[in-house]
Design a protein around this ligand. Structure first.
Ligand code: HEM
Length: 484
């Protein structure tokens, strides 16, 4: 057949051709647009319908090739062979320090194991991150403290390449910071008490650095808060699955769900406060928290041997500020931590302005990459619930109720942080009783979070940003002083 002769005349042919090309182009564009406006659903982002941010099962041991890592991890946290903080100068710890020094020499002499065979297996990658991140902090914090010579305080801490290189590699795969995170201490750090029963706050046990019950209870409080947070994820998913947000039935569902959300936030607030009964502030501050410390900008730098641009890595310590469910509720309620919204009241105080505005966003780099993607999807939602409440007056009270509960949670959390961190920093009563403490106090000038932030300024800024999302005018006492 003569193809040339069956084609339309050239101008007509080109018109048809361009019409076809344009319609294909627009179809592709609108598909992309639809994809980018896809309603966020937590299940698409490694947030399980039943266990939320937790894996369904505890993470399995790594394949036999990685036995040296698993064995060293086991030894360093086993009750009989547990490593001690380097600053623990009690006589009873001398034997443990000798063992610790041999343990570190062994770790430093290991070969750099290849992590290629873990690629594509998320659970193994998580396990590798968990084991290596714990090994790094065990290694660093069991080192003897620097001597009194001023220069030795500035000497960098070298993380041996046997730990640093594979940790950086698996972190790249998971898109998470190459350091101990909230996921490593809570989400991936549990086993069933009874493996025949489902995951619940009464069926979890945790590995600890210090061997104290207080540390375990601290993890359990965070885990319990996360488990309650699963209900928040469901509420958020439900909202994004609404076919429309205009009819009366839908609006009353949104109002009811905001009421449910308020209840869950109140439960989490009670859980945070319950930590007081189970975790002793002195033990937390002096025996547990030092193990968490990551690289602190005001302290000695951490160098990841064999990792290019090691100084650019995110190396702060773990914090519940890295909890995906807490970020999700903030985004859902449109809490403006960055102080971008000019029309919210009261105006930020000068202290609020001084706080690090990017803290919450920075903490997201310490979350598994998939969870961060979920939060990004939430922040791009086409129908934020606060906008809806602005349009529909009957939703304002339920919305304000949920925000008020979140503000109260943050107020309660500030009291806990003050009790466990701020007042302990300033406490002298413990120095005489605890020989560990004297060494630590030298390094502290202000109460700082594990991320090196000035705690009260930061947490109050978060509470005030929360309060500012409410519609109803704030009581007089919350208003900023008049400008002169
Ligand atoms: C003894 C218990 C606790 C203490 C001492 C404590 C302390 C702190 C500190 C010092 C910070 C400042 C940020 C940083 O890490 O540098 C922080 C942030 C944060 N913590 Fe806690 N925390 C405790 C328990 C919890 C629990 C159980 C939760 C559970 C949800 C939680 C949620 C948060 C959140 C979401 C942030 C980010 C700041 C904010 O949203 O206001 N904390 N915490």
């Amino acid at each position: 057949m003569d193809f040339i002769n069956v084609l339309a005349s050239p101008p007509h042919f080109f018109r048809l051709f361009f019409q076809l090309a344009f319609s294909l182009f627009y179809a592709a564009l609108s598909e992309r647009r639809k994809a980018s406006l896809k309603r966020p659903s937590s299940a698409d982002y490694e947030l399980d319908a039943t266990t939320g941010p937790f894996p369904r099962e505890p993470l399995q041991n790594l394949p036999p090739y990685y036995t040296i890592w698993e064995d060293a991890f086991h030894t360093a946290t086993h009750p009989d062979t547990r490593l001690r903080l380097g600053i623990d100068n009690r006589a009873e710890s001398v034997g443990a320090h000798i063992h610790g020094s041999q343990w570190r020499a062994d770790v430093a002499s290991w070969p750099v194991l290849d992590t290629e065979c873990l690629q594509g297996n998320v659970r193994f990658l998580q396990r590798a991150h968990y084991v290596l991140a714990w090994l790094v902090n065990l290694y660093v914090h069991s080192l003897p403290p620097p001597s009194d010579a001023p220069s030795s305080n500035d000497a960098p801490i070298i993380i041996p390449k046997s730990l640093a290189v594979p940790l950086a590699a698996v972190s790249r795969q998971l898109r998470i910071a190459p350091v101990l995170t909230f996921a490593d201490t809570v989400l991936w750090n549990w086993e069933f008490v009874d493996a025949t029963k489902p995951l619940s706050e009464t069926n979890m046990k945790f590995r600890t650095f210090s061997g104290t019950r207080d540390e375990e209870q601290f993890y359990l409080a965070s885990a319990t808060a996360e488990l309650h947070g699963i209900e928040m994820l469901r509420i958020i998913d439900d909202y994004h699955n609404l076919p429309n947000v205009t009819d009366l039935t839908t609006i009353s569902k949104v109002a009811r769900d905001l009421g449910r959300l308020k209840g869950v936030i109140e439960d989490i607030s009670a859980i945070i406060q319950s930590v007081r009964a189970k975790c002793e502030p002195h033990v937390f501050y002096w025996q547990v928290r030092p193990w968490f410390e990551g690289h602190n900008p005001s302290g000695a730098s951490w160098v990841y041997e064999g990792v290019p641009d090691s100084h650019k890595l995110d190396l702060n310590g773990p914090s519940a500020g890295q909890s995906t469910v807490m970020h999700a509720v903030d985004l859902f309620l449109d809490i403006d931590h960055k102080l971008r919204q000019r029309r919210r009241y009261p105006a930020p105080s000068s202290e609020n302005r001084r706080a690090e505005k990017g803290f919450m966003e920075r903490m997201r780099r310490y979350m598994p990459g998939k969870h961060r993607d979920y939060l990004l999807a939430l922040s791009n939602t086409p129908h934020p619930v606060r906008d809806l409440a602005a349009q529909i007056p009957t939703l304002r009270d339920p919305y304000d109720g949920a925000v008020d509960a979140l503000k109260n949670l943050r107020s309660a959390h500030i009291r806990i942080a003050c009790l466990y961190v701020v007042s302990m920093t300033n406490s002298t009563s413990f120095w005489s009783r605890c020989p560990i403490a004297g060494q630590v106090k030298k390094e502290i000038t202000h109460a700082r979070g594990t991320g090196g932030n000035e705690v009260t300024v930061l947490l109050k800024a978060g509470r005030d940003a929360t309060y500012r999302a409410m519609f109803k005018p704030p009581p007089e006492k919350y208003l900023a002083p008049p400008k002169h």
